[in-house]
Design a protein around this ligand. Structure first.
Ligand code: NAP
Length: 202
């Protein structure tokens, strides 16, 4: 009788280990997935952090548009509904995720979601390796704390705007800078700059 109880307890113990192992494996897989997706943000901003006015960009910089296309092609891009409407169409060769609070909003060729968290989740589920947050101000402010890398085009001018990029904290370290001078197609000097989040572990 006593032996039976001991055997039963052993049996339960191994079943428990098996179940926990399975759970631990699932948690580790989720964590790995989370770690393997880099969240990047891309923006062009002036010295005074202006990024837009009347739902439009503040400049026409063909080299910057090319840079944006090269970096984001083949990836998921996340944007607010206003930025989507200022672009006016889904960008080719990218999965566009548009965030709105409007539950009825629908767009052909885009995924529409009702929260920034849902947008991140979809990219993660689709095993994206580098997701790009492409604006505008509201979405940058919400998702900057979740971002690992920033691609900032620093445009060397002070300019009026009604949409602004948030001030960067000391957590960010510049890792690359490429300078471009103004010419007949580019009214301002600008730099392509890459920042990565600095943590005490990095
Ligand atoms: N220079 C650059 O690199 C750059 C890049 C992108 C955009 N821009 C500029 O930025 C400006 C637009 O920025 P913005 O701040 O006005 O608009 P936005 O961030 O593009 O979009 C704001 C909209 O996103 C939705 N939204 C925001 N937070 C949400 C939440 N927590 N849950 C669900 N939906 C949410 C709401 O849509 P609903 O109102 O539909 O609910 C909100 O009105 C424009 O001037 C544009 O040209 C500049």
């Amino acid at each position: 009788m006593k032996d039976d109880i001991v055997i039963e307890q052993y049996h339960l113990f191994f079943v428990l280990i098996f179940i926990l192992n399975d759970k631990v494996r699932v948690i580790l897989k989720d964590f790995q997935l989370f770690l393997s997706m880099k969240i990047s943000l891309i923006v062009a901003k002036s010295r005074n952090n202006a990024i837009g006015r009347n739902n439009q960009l503040l400049w026409h910089l063909p080299k910057d548009l090319k840079h944006f296309k090269k970096l984001t092609s083949g990836h998921h891009i996340i944007m607010g509904r206003k930025t989507y409407e200022s672009i006016g169409r889904p960008l080719p060769n990218r999965v566009s995720i548009v965030i709105t609070r409007n539950l009825e909003y629908q767009l052909e060729g885009c995924l529409v979601v009702n929260s920034p968290q849902e947008a991140l989740q979809i990219a993660k589920q689709n095993t994206e390796n580098e997701l790009f947050i492409i604006g505008g101000e509201e979405i940058y402010r919400i998702l900057l704390p979740h971002t690992h890398r920033l691609y900032i085009t620093e445009v060397h001018t002070e300019i009026d705007g009604d949409a602004f990029f948030p001030q960067l904290s000391d957590d960010w370290r510049e890792i690359k800078r490429q300078a471009h001078l103004a010419d007949e197609k580019h009214h301002f000097d600008f730099d392509f700059v890459v920042y990565e989040k600095f943590t005490s572990l990095s």
